[in-house]
Design a protein around this ligand. Structure first.
Ligand code: PLP
Length: 425
């Protein structure tokens, strides 16, 4: 397609401070820009292109479905939606429950938050008042809608949008005492990313997840997981929490990003567990008329997601994520590099915590952003996670050679930006 050459940003709201790169083509972990320059893509749409760019099976399935039926409405039966829900519940979550399909992560989280409110109405407090408050964690990121933004415990996300939707309480991650102090007779749930992505690649500990589950049991609260960035193979297990504490039994889970491999789709799961002595399933609270989406779960999006999930399973991409993590950790650790303090995360959701005292970056610039920019010039796309963490999120089928090339580029770039290295030379 030819584009007329108006000034490119003129008609777009400037909500993204984006890089001057125009991507025109992708294949696997590789991306090409409009100048013909090739990049290794370790950003992958921020954990979205889970099976690589333009995977032939995904492209073909989308093309075939697009010429058969794209959309028909949830007023009718959608077999692709039923099958996708079955795969997510039986093969991936492996805990009985039901799924609702949306179009993005923020929407999926809104649905999950609505589920907590329904639960709080169904199980009111001792005074007969509905419970509605959800405890979330500092540095979390849950999205940009009014609900998911209020769930996000980051001031910079809220700035200028007050008043926030009421019903959220923020506490530090991995601090069970802070949760205990925050629980009150209006609390309905605890919502967290098992590994925070945007907030800096911060992992919950196994003890913490176990403690959260116990507090949810004790106080009759929903355990709500946002697996939008860390789920579906990204951390080397099918579910993100399984890479930390496999015994966890969440009540609700949200997915998006990697689920569609680049095709927009979001989803949330609600467990079938009984919430009372009458054996009322939690999932039954989201009954007819309680929620909806015009586009959510359309045949095209569900077909795409079915291919992605089949590929994650049949090509054992969890094993590849673990293999590549091990290799990356071993090699980066062996550098003992003055600009890297530690490596956080699991599988292919990895954060390199930068020692910014040993890194050169322009005054006023964000260190991780400057490093990303420099890596981009060298042909490696990455993404910051906060000001001092460099994040790698390559496709789950990234190869040994591609990881080797990315490691070479990272090492050379860090050497060139490292103060200690440069003064030692
Ligand atoms: N939750 C998490 C953990 C995310 O990382 C994101 C996006 O970065 C979202 C929710 C929001 O997803 P979306 O941008 O699809 O609305």
């Amino acid at each position: 397609m030819e584009f007329r050459t108006f000034p490119t940003m003129s008609y777009l709201l400037p909500t993204y401070a984006n890089f001057p790169l125009t991507a025109v083509r992708g294949e696997g972990a590789r991306l090409w820009d409009s100048e013909g320059k090739s990049y290794l893509d370790f950003c992958a749409g921020i954990a979205t292109c889970s099976i690589g760019h333009c995977h032939p099976a995904l492209a073909k399935a989308i093309s075939d479905q697009a010429s058969t039926l794209m959309h028909c409405s949830n007023l009718y039966q959608v077999p692709q939606q039923k099958e996708l829900a079955r795969v997510l519940v039986e093969d991936f979550t492996q805990i009985p429950g039901k799924v609702f399909f949306a179009n993005s992560g923020a929407e999926a989280n809104d649905g999950m938050i609505k589920t907590a409110r329904r639960f709080g109405h169904a199980k009111p407090n001792g005074k007969g008042e509905p419970r509605y408050e959800v405890i979330t964690f500092n540095s979390s990121f849950h999205g940009r809608t009014l609900g998911s933004m209020a769930a996000t415990a980051q001031k910079k996300v809220h700035q200028g949008f007050d008043p926030m939707l009421p019903g959220f309480r923020y506490v530090p991650l991995n601090d069970l005492d802070a949760i205990k102090a925050a629980i009150s007779d209006i609390t309905a749930g605890i919502m967290l990313e098992p590994i925070q992505g945007e907030g800096g690649v911060n992992s919950a500990t196994a003890e913490f997840l176990q403690g959260v589950a116990e507090l949810c049991d004790e106080h009759d609260l929903l355990l709500m997981l946002d697996e939008i960035q860390c789920g579906l193979g990204r951390t080397g297990t099918l579910m993100g929490w399984q890479s930390i504490y496999p015994d966890l039994k969440p009540d609700t889970i949200s997915w998006a990003k990697g689920l569609g491999g680049g095709f927009p789709i979001g989803a949330f799961y609600v467990s079938d567990r009984a919430i009372d002595e009458d054996e009322t399933p939690l999932s039954s609270l989201m009954n007819a008329g309680s929620h909806g989406s015009t586009y959510g779960g359309n045949p095209l999006a569900c077909t795409a997601a079915l291919v992605v999930l089949a590929e994650i399973q049949s090509s054992n991409l969890c094993a590849n994520a673990n293999h590549q993590e091990k290799r990356i950790r071993e090699e980066v650790t062996s550098w003992n590099h003055p600009a890297i303090d530690s490596i956080r995360g699991k599988g292919l959701l990895l954060g390199f915590a930068l020692n910014t005292d040993n890194l050169e970056y322009p005054d006023g610039a964000m260190p991780a952003g400057h490093l990303c920019k420099t890596l981009m010039a060298e042909g490696l796309l990455t993404v910051p996670a906060g000001p001092e963490t460099l994040r790698w999120l390559p496709p789950l089928n990234v190869t040994d050679d591609e990881v080797g090339e990315a490691l070479r580029i990272l090492k050379n770039t860090l050497d060139s930006l490292s103060i200690k290295m440069n003064t030692a030379h």
